[in-house]
Design a protein around this ligand. Structure first.
Ligand code: ZN
Ligand code: ZN
Length: 266
């Protein structure tokens, strides 16, 4: 499996020299295996991914795009996803309850110049059930609910004997959520919300996010291989991200800060 980070920022996209090395686009993760592609979340990073697909393979794309939830920072790339405008593309969308409505709403007049029907690709919506895995090409994809305002799904994507767990926008609260410890058990790569530090968390209780220390604890207790700290706070500078990464890696070897454009081969 080839994993690529196209957006690693939480809440809102940012730009500027202090954020350039980490990247400013919001959440988007690509997982490719044997010519098939699964995309997790359509934050602003999806725009860059689409531009890269077009430059590399042309304007047509066949992919499955699953959403953790429909907060803005996870859907805003969709209206700017180049391959979605090509009639030869096939996109299966799914995951978040109310996804079709949310995608239509964010392109509704007077907030956006064209509607969802401007996307010429063959769009279909797939149901994601917590109780039953979704099979897409070589991928087996499990989903689980976690605590986040308005709800969220975390995903476990398995193919070729490897596994990636994508757990963004999760709030553990005082204790680590046992659902995630079970769900992430033994994963090769865990991509985990790391928006806050322990010190910052008190002022953001109920906002729906984790601390990087909690991400490390989940990785340790679930026995995962690599841990990618993700959904960086929009105010977190490159220097701060690097400092967190160094501390976290001391506590769980194989921990790194997700950076835009970064790749992991499993
Ligand atoms: Zn988010
Ligand atoms: Zn959210």
């Amino acid at each position: 499996m080839q994993v690529r980070f196209w957006g690693v920022r939480g809440s809102i996209a940012v730009s500027g020299g202090a954020f350039a090395a980490t990247g400013g686009n919001t959440t988007c993760l690509e997982i490719a295996h044997e010519g098939h592609r699964v995309i997790l979340d359509g934050g602003t990073g999806l725009q860059r991914m689409g531009a890269d697909c077009i430059a590399t393979d042309g304007p047509q794309l066949d992919a499955t795009l699953l959403f953790s939830h429909v907060h803005w920072d996870h859907i805003q790339g969709v209206p700017f996803f180049g391959p979605a405008f090509h009639p030869g593309s096939t996109l299966r969308l799914g995951g978040a309850p109310g996804l079709a409505d949310a995608l239509q709403e964010q392109m509704r007049a007077p907030m956006f110049p064209v509607g969802l029907d401007a996307l010429q690709a063959q769009l279909s919506f797939v149901d994601v059930e917590v109780s039953e895995p979704l099979i897409v090409g070589p991928f087996t994809i499990h989903a689980e609910t976690m605590s986040h305002p308005n709800g969220v799904l975390v995903y476990r994507v398995e193919a070729g004997g490897h596994s990636v767990v994508f757990a963004t926008d999760v709030e553990h609260g005082e204790q680590l959520d046992p659902r995630l410890l079970d769900f992430a058990e033994g994963a090769d790569l865990l991509v985990h919300d790391a928006q806050y530090t322990d010190d910052e968390y008190d002022a953001h209780r109920g906002w729906g996010h984790s601390t990087w220390q909690q991400a490390v604890d989940v990785a340790h207790l679930a026995g995962v291989g690599q841990l990618a700290l993700c959904h960086h706070d929009p105010g977190r500078t490159d220097a701060q991200v690097a400092a967190i990464e160094a501390l976290a890696n001391q506590q769980h070897r194989g921990t790194f800060a997700a950076r835009e454009g970064g790749r992991v081969a499993l």
